[in-house]
Design a protein around this ligand. Structure first.
Ligand code: NI
Length: 226
């Protein structure tokens, strides 16, 4: 399931974050790549232990904690601290699958990557190229979103970032372990939850909506690992 979540950050938050990014020291993006990905990754990254990455990462996590669409789509159990990258001057990232397990630096915590996320900090008209291309069973999806918007996709997907041929593409990228590891089951729960919420907005509470809400929670009870 590929889900786009608009306005995770508003434009003021994006501007403030970009101010921090512009002033930061960037390093080679290969520091977080696995062996297979390091061969075709070519970009810049904020060092993950830098003050800037931590401040920005906490802002992203705080925004996500208050985002109902994200919570419903991801059902997060553990979230890897957000990382930040920059593509410019022809930078690209060739086709790869993200590592299955990530250890949170400086801790014993391991995160199984069920969902990969990209949160955009540059507007689409600020750069050429830089599309995130995600393959799934329905084909190839090219994603380039407004600053502040985010995409979630299964970490099992092959994906790549096309070369940035003009301007600068700033983004945050990270992973999470979901309470529901199966993408198929998560997609069913998300569809059910979205339908219930939209029904509730139309007809307020009814015995059927209460019943359906019960079905949602009883499925979640069967499928969730905590
Ligand atoms: Ni990746």
């Amino acid at each position: 399931m590929l889900v786009k979540i608009p306005a995770v950050l508003d434009k003021t938050q994006v501007e403030r974050a970009r101010g921090i990014m512009e002033a930061a020291q960037w390093t080679d993006g290969n520091v977080t790549a696995g062996y297979q990905s390091s061969k075709n990754k070519n970009n810049l990254q904020l060092p993950e232990n830098s003050q800037e990455a931590q401040t920005l990462g906490n802002q992203v996590l705080e925004a996500l904690a208050n985002n109902n669409a994200f919570m419903s789509a991801a059902l997060p159990l553990k979230i890897f601290p957000p990382l930040f990258n920059c593509y410019q001057n022809g930078h690209s990232f060739g086709v790869h699958v993200d590592n299955a397990i990530r250890r949170v630096p400086g801790t014993p915590v391991k995160v199984r990557t069920d969902i990969s996320m990209t949160l955009f900090f540059s507007e689409p008209d600020e750069y050429d190229g830089g599309e995130l291309v995600i393959e799934d069973t329905y084909g190839s999806h090219s994603v380039k979103l407004a600053a502040g918007d985010m995409v979630l996709y299964p970490s099992t997907s092959l994906h790549r970032v096309l070369p940035v041929t003009r301007g600068r593409r700033l983004a945050s990228f990270f992973w999470l372990q979901s309470m529901v590891s199966s993408d198929e089951k998560r997609a069913l729960l998300y569809d059910l939850d979205m339908s219930i919420q939209s029904l509730r907005a139309k007809v307020n509470d009814s015995p059927e909506i209460i019943q359906l809400t019960g079905v949602y929670h009883n499925l979640l009870r069967q499928w969730a690992q905590t």
